[in-house]
Design a protein around this ligand. Structure first.
Ligand code: HEM
Length: 441
């Protein structure tokens, strides 16, 4: 799911400073944080910290668990206990931060208005009681039970995508499988025909420039409003069509959804169709990419899965914990809050780092070890509390089918030589590409 709106931008080359090693207070890990001439490099947006943020997370958890980040202009929260506490207090840590940003920028940038109107109806940016109403309505359409046929569709799509590459002996896993699969699956669930995927993807990318990009870049707003306009027109037309001739798809279900005597308005259906479409692809792409990358870097773990596919359920959870696609999200304090001896002021942005919480040794023993037999049930890769990811079951299902099929069909699968490059984002984590090789089948 893509919510927060800050991509990492760096204008300077990575600093190659000294590093220092240190035993944590718990004696459980050795953390290294990059040094700069001005001390430890605590900039979450610096190139090196984006490529490998885990040493910095460890340092922050031990030394500054409520950290004021100059580069994010926000409080950064890194311990498991604190991250969960933030999700547990939605009245104090509001999700309506989108409007806050909108208020700050809208007057200068009218293009934001169009975007704000649509995103303002996304349940992920709403607080109770509106959130609960929208979630109840959406949940009644988007459930594992109603969408039980998804498994077959996913399996067919994965097989078809792999068939295209199998004889070649090599592929870019991101471009050829991890990207097209979730986009095809979610568009199919919504009832969008396959031939519309291309324009949908273009509009969606333009919106991503706003949600994933820097908030003060004028072009991002223009791009986003063009993207939103395309998506709104598209889903309005689809909605009209489904109102006339309902089908067995999510759009038709949302039109009819009722919860405690309530219904979604047409604008809400359109906005939340866009949310599901948007939320449903890049995140899952990155779960597939990050997950397979780490499995192939840990051949003993991949061998365990090959030998006993019943481990797949737990393995997907462990991969989400180990290096999930959504490292952090953004909340806004609605009141002054005392926190670890300091005060978070009303209106301050607070960024809970789920990726750090998931590596907190206070919660997960030996957290930097990938262990597919671990069963890390209480990881927070999908957040927790009232905004817990609505699509978690779908993402998990896609991941299980993909890892199972790929490991089964391509026994000699290996990473192609070369260093991984992570996308320049801090709120989304995914590889630019993932070149793989295997013996031809
Ligand atoms: C591995 C893939 C995914 C990850 C890691 C992920 C992560 C998240 C996270 C962290 C949140 C909470 C955000 C917050 O509180 O600010 C969230 C919410 C949400 N996600 Fe996902 N997501 C994934 C896939 C999906 C998919 C496939 C869909 C739907 C097709 C989806 C739909 C949603 C929706 C609708 C919400 C809002 C729930 C609410 O506000 O009540 N996500 N997701």
């Amino acid at each position: 799911m893509v919510f927060p709106g800050m991509a990492a931008k760096w204008s300077r080359p990575p600093r190659l400073g000294l590093t220092f090693e240190r035993r944590s207070r718990l004696g459980l890990e050795a953390a290294e944080v990059r040094e700069t001439s001005r001390g430890p490099d605590l900039d979450l947006k610096s190139w090196r910290n984006v490529q490998d943020p885990f040493p910095l997370y460890a340092w922050l958890r031990d030394h500054d668990p409520l950290h004021w980040s100059e580069s994010l202009s926000a409080w950064v929260v890194t311990r498991y206990e604190d991250v969960v506490a933030i999700f547990d207090r939605p009245e104090t840590f509001s999700s309506d931060r989108f409007r806050k940003i909108d208020e700050r920028y809208a007057s200068q940038r009218p293009a934001v208005r169009a975007v704000a109107q649509v995103l303002g109806d996304w349940l992920v940016f709403r607080d109770p009681p509106d959130h609960d109403r929208l979630r109840g309505l959406l949940q009644s359409s988007f459930t594992p039970k109603q969408l039980a046929s998804s498994r077959d569709r996913i399996q067919r799509t994965v097989d078809a995508l792999l068939d295209r590459a199998a004889a070649r002996g090599a592929m870019d896993f991101i471009r050829e499988l991890a990207f097209p699969l979730p986009a095809t699956v979610i568009a199919g669930l919504m009832g969008a025909p396959e031939e519309d995927l291309e324009p949908i993807k273009t509009w969606s990318d333009r919106l991503a420039a706003y949600l994933g990009g820097a908030v003060d870049a004028r072009d991002n707003f223009a791009e986003a409003s063009a993207g939103v306009a395309g998506l709104v027109d598209y889903f309005r037309a689809l909605l009209r069509e489904r109102e006339r001739r309902p089908r067995d798809d999510l759009t038709s279900l949302m039109v009819r959804a009722k919860h405690e005597g309530d219904r979604l308005t047409r604008d809400e259906v359109v906005a939340n169709c866009i949310l599901l479409l948007f939320a449903g692809h890049e995140t899952t792409t990155n779960l597939l990419g990050n997950g397979l990358f780490h499995l192939l870097r840990h051949p003993a773990e991949a061998a365990l899965l090959r030998a006993d596919p019943s481990l797949l359920h737990g393995a997907v959870e462990e991969l989400l914990r180990y290096d999930g696609p959504v490292p952090a999200t953004v909340k806004v304090a609605t009141e002054d809050v005392p926190w670890r001896g300091r005060t978070i002021r009303r209106g301050d942005m607070v960024v809970p780092f789920m990726a750090s919480a998931n590596r907190d040794p206070r919660q997960f023993p030996d957290p930097d070890t990938l262990d597919v037999r671990r069963h890390p049930e209480r990881h927070v890769a999908f957040a927790a509390g009232i905004h817990f990811c609505l699509g978690a079951w779908l993402a998990r299902l896609e991941a299980r089918v993909v890892f199972d099929t790929v490991l089964r069909r391509l026994p000699e699968l290996a990473l192609a030589p070369g260093e991984p490059r992570w996308k320049p984002m801090i709120f989304l984590r995914g590889l630019e590409s993932l070149p793989l090789t295997w013996g031809r089948t």
